[in-house]
Design a protein around this ligand. Sequence first.
Ligand code: ZN
Ligand code: ZN
Length: 293
Amino acid sequence: MAQRTILRSYARRDLDNPAEALPNSILFAHTGTTLTIYDAYPKSTFHFLVLPRLKAVATSQDGDKKEKEKEIVDAMGLGLKEGDLKSLKRLLRKGKEKARKILEPMQEAAQACVKEIEEEMIRMYGFKWDIWIGFHPVPSMEHLHLHIISADLCSTALKNKKHYNSFHPKHGFFLDLSEVLEWLDAEQTFFEMKAQLNPAEYEPFLKEDLVCFKCHKLFKNIPKLKEHLQEEFDALIKREKAKQERLAKQKRKREEKERNEREGSASTATSVAASTPKDAEDIEAVPEKKRKG
Ligand SMILES: [Zn+2]
Ligand SMILES: [Zn+2]
């Protein structure tokens, strides 16, 4: 299967049909209208894609033909064809309202995925860090897809400047989903200007210098930058670990203090009742001493 069109082939699958089901190594989750899959070449510790689903619908019941004529349309039933979902640019051409109806379910699927990533971050690392959600204005693969990627860019599949700059959150190539949704609320002229997604405007961002997205330090080449990104990530893990330890220590101290206060107030009470196991032992010990003596 051609790599460039593989996402479309996933989007066309009828997942209720066992013969067309996607393996767990590819499919992470799905709804009636969206698929969430693992990015085959993750550029960060966590990297997923959300795609709108497609479905085949019969367009004619021509008796002369053995097979019904079929057309591939979006699963939302908005009257959008497969080609209208080829890219964000193609979708935006269909106008604000149709774009919103496709993008909002994708946003919901992304939010559900973010929740699961955060749980996994806590299980694996003991803390969670940022997750970016957005599009590439000039995509490398066909069929609209939303990237959900953890903010570390530490991955062996990140191999060149284009990979890195396409996810750098501030260079301008990576389009936050929230920004794209804002265009849909903007004036029509502004929307139309943004919706052009002109490659000549965006592609130069991919050629910009290699700058750390955290500390803005400049790097001569990808191996040097990658080494630094790993150091940034290791430092984050170390800081978070120290923070967790500090919090745990504070919690222990607080609990100890509360326990001492409880015990302190119990021992100053004039009540003869044995309020703690220790007191109970002392009382029981008395008759035994008497027996001995
Ligand atoms: Zn992409
Ligand atoms: Zn840095």
